[in-house]
Design a protein around this ligand. Structure first.
Ligand SMILES: [Mg+2]
Length: 364
């Protein structure tokens, strides 16, 4: 019998909590032998203690219903336990959920809690704080602090804070010690990336692998204001690694020293730290439930030649949606709604094997 604990942050991000609870109740009707418990957080740090206790009580899954901050709190309570993390993303950035392909739609995310498969992931540590997405110093940490202490939420508000801080921000000089080399570098920001994005599909480390035991260290040097639109585009298009203002390193550990204490960000939360910052990776210390095959499935469909798509049985398109049959790979990529990406796989598993075989034959 499964034991699942749901930890809900009542004040995070978007407001569809009632819908989520309805979805969960719907699934519990289908899984009558599942023992479920709901817990609502009351303050900072609450979710970590609760998650750790649930793990000790033998729960097999603890579900974080919230944004990256809530996910961070729940995840660090589960590090090193046999209990799995699941995520129902309702925050403003949802970086970890997006990296792992967890659907943004409520029904599909809830489905993943019950039907997902476990994936082992690494955890980053910045001094004594765990992070699972990214941590960093510099501009993003400063903006994060302003954003977190303001009363508004969402991407637009975040961008407003970015613009306001950018005009007065002075890049700091850091002493950086990585891969046995020590060097000084003036930087706009330095991000330590366990996952590929800050959130909202802003890819600061597009090649970061969350399970390789390494972190990507992204050093964004001073860049003239006139290059900001280009760099912003590169962040969204997973092309920041090609920017002449950005250096990316991959390592297990890095030490950064700055002139004095200051703010850092970890998974979008901000805090003060001293001048020496040690960042490291702990390999495969947590299991997260992710949708089974959904990503591969659509990647496969998107890359499939038109002639092969025409060979797929009508039954396949009946299940998937007739209108998708006519779309080009590019259109598929743009138009297939996220919620469908999460829902399809379980219905189409049999066809998938068939398609894979045909596809492999064809590209041979
Ligand atoms: Mg990695």
């Amino acid at each position: 019998m499964r034991k699942i604990a749901f930890i809900l942050n009542p004040i995070s991000g978007r407001g569809e909590k009632k819908e989520i609870l309805e979805c969960i109740n719907g699934m519990l009707v289908k899984y009558p032998d599942c023992d479920a418990l709901f817990y609502t957080t009351k303050g900072v740090g609450d979710a970590t203690v609760a998650a750790r206790n649930f793990a000790a009580e033998g729960y097999d899954t603890v579900v974080a219903i919230g944004g990256d901050g809530t996910v961070n709190e729940v995840a660090k309570g589960l590090v090193g336990t046999a209990c799995r993390l699941a995520i129902i993303p309702v925050g403003s950035g949802n970086g970890l959920a997006r990296h792992l392909g967890i659907p943004m739609g409520c029904t599909e995310a809830v489905y993943t809690v019950f039907e997902g498969k476990p994936q082992s992931i690494d955890a980053g540590k910045i001094n004594d704080e765990y992070f699972f997405c990214t941590a960093g110093v510099g501009f993003d940490a400063v903006v994060g602090e302003r954003f977190n202490s303001s009363s508004t939420r969402g991407l637009v508000s975040y961008m407003e804070h970015c613009a306001k801080e950018y005009v007065k921000y002075e890049p700091e000089e850091y002493e950086i010690d990585l891969l046995g080399v020590k060097f000084r570098q003036k930087a706009f920001l330095i991000t330590f990336a366990n996952s590929s994005q800050w959130g909202n599909n802003v890819f600061i480390a597009p090649d970061a692998n969350i399970s390789d035991g390494m972190m990507d260290v992204v050093i964004w040097r001073s860049s003239p204001m006139v290059t900001m639109p280009l760099i912003t585009a590169e962040l969204f298009l997973r092309k920041i690694k090609y920017s002449e203002f950005v250096d990316t390193y991959r390592c297990k550990e890095v030490v950064v020293r700055r002139k004095g204490k200051g703010v850092i960000q970890f998974d979008g939360e901000s805090m003060e730290m001293g001048e020496e910052i040690r960042v490291s990776v702990q390999h495969n210390v947590l299991e997260v439930l992710v949708p089974e095959q959904s990503k591969n499935f659509f990647q496969l469909l998107e890359t499939m030649p038109q002639q092969l798509r025409e060979m797929l049985p009508q039954q396949f398109w009946d299940l998937l949606g007739e209108q998708l049959k006519e779309l080009s790979p590019q259109q598929l990529r743009e138009r297939v709604p996220q919620q469908l990406k999460g829902r399809v796989p379980q219905q189409l598993k049999e066809h998938l094997k068939d398609i894979e075989t045909k596809f492999k034959d064809m590209v041979k």
